[in-house]
Write a protein that binds this ligand. Structure first.
Ligand code: ADP
Ligand code: MG
Length: 339
């Protein structure tokens, strides 16, 4: 793996606002990297510093090992696709795509050939003579993609590229972005607040909160091994229990759950050497519901000693979602309350 982008303790302040807080991050060549986090956490600012539209208050940015912190946007081997389709309304699709090459002094024959090639990449063959306002939102975003790709950047930056599209189109274009990246093989860095989008597309993903990186990992590691409560809660849905580690061995751990007056058995250690107070995060699909008949004891769970990992509750609500149903279960709290 060859690093292509390095952020070294990059900080950005706007007056009193700390938009990006000492971010260090390495992105490798050929990755589809996602920056994921809620609105206002600093994603766009980080991307704009990479593109050269903002100058960091502190820290350095390297591309291909070269310090580009103060290099202007047009001299960096990156290109950006914006959230709103930034196309010129008075130019045809082909002229829109050729525009950047013309600015670079590329001859007309080569311009045309490369623009046609870029159009084909985004599956708009034959639509070069259209005007942008005669196209759908999805098509215009493809034009914006072609316009960025035609310059053959080393890195393509995408700021919420699908967020202006409706749900169905968004899903369609999501697959296409993935196919496109496979085909052109260049590094993609995409900003999104949509976790489904990030998990579906990214090879690796950074979760941001309030200007800082919470965790950088593959989508499956973010989901299976969230580093913090915040990441567990932000990625997918999760049931969170306050817990205290009673035993922590390499092959199992026992967690006391004082809120529900029960104990949990984990088939691996938790390695919580610095604190015994933890959050136990349980994904909903890992929970089995067993109906209880009168006088019957708790069910036997495979791989778990009797008495652990069972909580009594009452189904309070069922939301039918087609391919799945979400059960809300009220469990008795140790202090007599309910949740
Ligand atoms: P995101 O893209 O994650 O929604 P941004 O990077 O746009 O977040 O913004 C991060 C923070 O920096 C926000 O509090 C935002 O209001 C602030 N901010 C961004 N750009 C500017 C600017 N040009 N001037 C002042 N504040 C800004
Ligand atoms: Mg943004």
């Amino acid at each position: 793996m060859t690093p292509i982008i390095q952020f070294e303790k990059v900080t950005k302040r706007f007056g009193d606002v700390l938009a990006v807080d000492a971010v260090s991050l390495t992105i490798n060549e050929g990755e589809f990297f996602a920056l994921l986090g809620p609105s206002g956490c600093g994603k766009t600012t980080l991307l704009r510093m990479l593109a050269g539209f903002e100058v960091p208050s502190e820290g350095r940015i390297l591309i291909d090992g070269k310090d580009v912190t103060l290099v202007p946007p047009n001299r960096r081997p990156v290109n950006m696709v914006f959230q709103s389709y930034a196309v010129f309304p008075h130019l045809s699709v082909l002229k829109n795509i050729e525009y950047g090459l013309k600015m670079e002094g590329v001859g007309s024959a080569e311009r045309r050939a490369r623009a046609e090639e870029a159009l084909a990449l985004v599956q708009l063959n034959g639509l070069g003579d259209r005007m942008p306002d005669a196209m759908s939102g999805g098509q215009r975003q493809r034009v914006a993609l072609a316009r960025a790709l035609v310059k053959r950047p080393r890195v393509l930056l995408l700021d919420e590229p699908l967020s202006a599209l409706d749900a169905k189109l968004r899903e369609e274009l999501r697959f296409e972005l993935s196919r496109l990246q496979d085909k052109v093989g260049i590094t993609f860095v995409m900003v999104t607040h949509d976790q489904d989008e990030a998990l579906a597309l990214a090879t690796r993903c950074a979760v941001m909160s309030k200007g800082s990186l919470m965790q950088v990992a593959s989508p499956s590691d973010l989901y299976e091994f969230p580093a913090t409560r915040l990441v567990a809660d932000f990625i997918g849905s999760v049931n969170l229990f306050q817990g205290r580690v009673l035993a922590d061995e390499s092959d199992h751990a026992i967690i006391n759950l004082p809120e529900v007056g029960k104990q949990a058995w984990l088939e691996h250690g938790v390695g919580s050497s610095d604190t015994l107070d933890i959050w136990l995060a349980v994904r909903p699909e890992k929970i089995e519901l067993h109906k209880r008949s009168n006088g019957e004891g708790p069910p036997e769970l495979e791989g778990t000693p009797a008495g652990y990992n069972v909580i009594e509750g009452v189904i309070a609500d069922i939301a039918y979602l087609g391919s799945e149903s979400v059960y809300e279960v009220k469990v008795a709290l140790a202090d007599g309350g309910e949740r």
